[in-house]
Design a protein around this ligand. Sequence first.
Ligand code: FAD
Ligand code: SF4
Length: 338
Amino acid sequence: MDALPEFALLRATTLDEVVKARASHPESRLLGGGTDLIVNIRRGIVAPPVLIDVNHVEELRTVRADARTLEIGAAVKLAELAAHEEVMRHYPVVAQAAGFIAGPTHRNMGTLGGNLCLDTRCLYYNQSEWWRGANNHCLKTTGDVCHVAPKSRGICFATFSGDLAPALLTLNAEVDLAGPGGRRTIALESLYVGYARQDRPITEREGDGKHYLSLRPGEFVTAVRARNTAGLRSAYDKIRIRRSIEYPVTGVAVALRREHNTLADLRVAFTGTNPRPVLLKGTAELCGRPLDAGVLNGLDALVRDQIMSMKTTFTPGHYRRRVAGVLARRLVTRLYAE
Ligand SMILES: Cc1cc2nc3c(=O)[nH]c(=O)nc-3n(C[C@H](O)[C@H](O)[C@H](O)COP(=O)(O)OP(=O)(O)OC[C@H]3O[C@@H](n4cnc5c(N)ncnc54)[C@H](O)[C@@H]3O)c2cc1C
Ligand code: SF4
């Protein structure tokens, strides 16, 4: 096991203190539960000189949930979210996704902010310093080649694997940000820019597994908010290798509305497949009719087109893509029948 390098720890108690600390320490990182960050520091993947602990900022620790709206502060713990009665009742997809993350000890420490801003993952990246060194590192750190796709011409395909993002994407959530440049609110979907896929080049405004968040310098997440839709049914499911404690092979969130015998609304989002969580485009065209084989085949086609898994984990990319389709089908069928 590698030893932790030295870093300074600043314990903020107000949002203002966090913003000021970010402005005076541009190389700093926010510390939520540290369940991902500290692992990466210990492995020499990142070496921030300053960590800003946000767990004592009261403003970031509140959950407000009722039948109309949901608001979750960035420092809210995953365990609290998973067990929150109003979240479970009105936004089951969020509570279920939180309850599926890692193991109980991680959920007691891990936060919403850390989960939404989780670093992307890859077989060649989440390794010790000497392991990565033996492979001459890779594009995501100090190397000049991608071992997953050696002809990728500078693009990294590391995979986004946070479970909460797809759940919140199906609720069309917004995310509140703060930083030295002020505060702003954006659609949660716009936080993620990892559009890279191996079958087409990325545009200037799109990112990859290395540049996967649209945060400006010093900016951080303060809260996420969503509005409920009357009659929306939602759920989360995921396949993982070790069922008690593991990142998703694929995670799927579904929210749908059924009016009599008609599928009135359908939103499906995935994690563990692309360098960003993917909110499937084109599901609105599948609505307005009963859930039949045609709808499910249409869903399969959307998954095949938009889910682009690479060999960034021990499970092959094509397997993860198939699992994504199967999980989505199952969840949509189950929710429609409820
Ligand atoms: C064995 C194991 C299994 C795991 N399984 C899963 C899993 O199944 N699903 C899953 O989603 N995750 C999993 N994780 C990863 C991790 O535990 C969770 O994602 C957790 O929610 C991360 O939250 P945290 O508060 O601990 O983040 P931290 O480690 O504190 O931070 C993660 C990153 O987010 C940044 N950050 C933190 N807060 C903010 C903020 N407010 N604004 C902007 N940036 C911020 C940090 O600077 C850092 O870059 C696993 C980890 C381990 C070790
Ligand atoms: S996808 Fe390629 S560049 Fe990205 S972390 Fe993996 S090996 Fe490195």
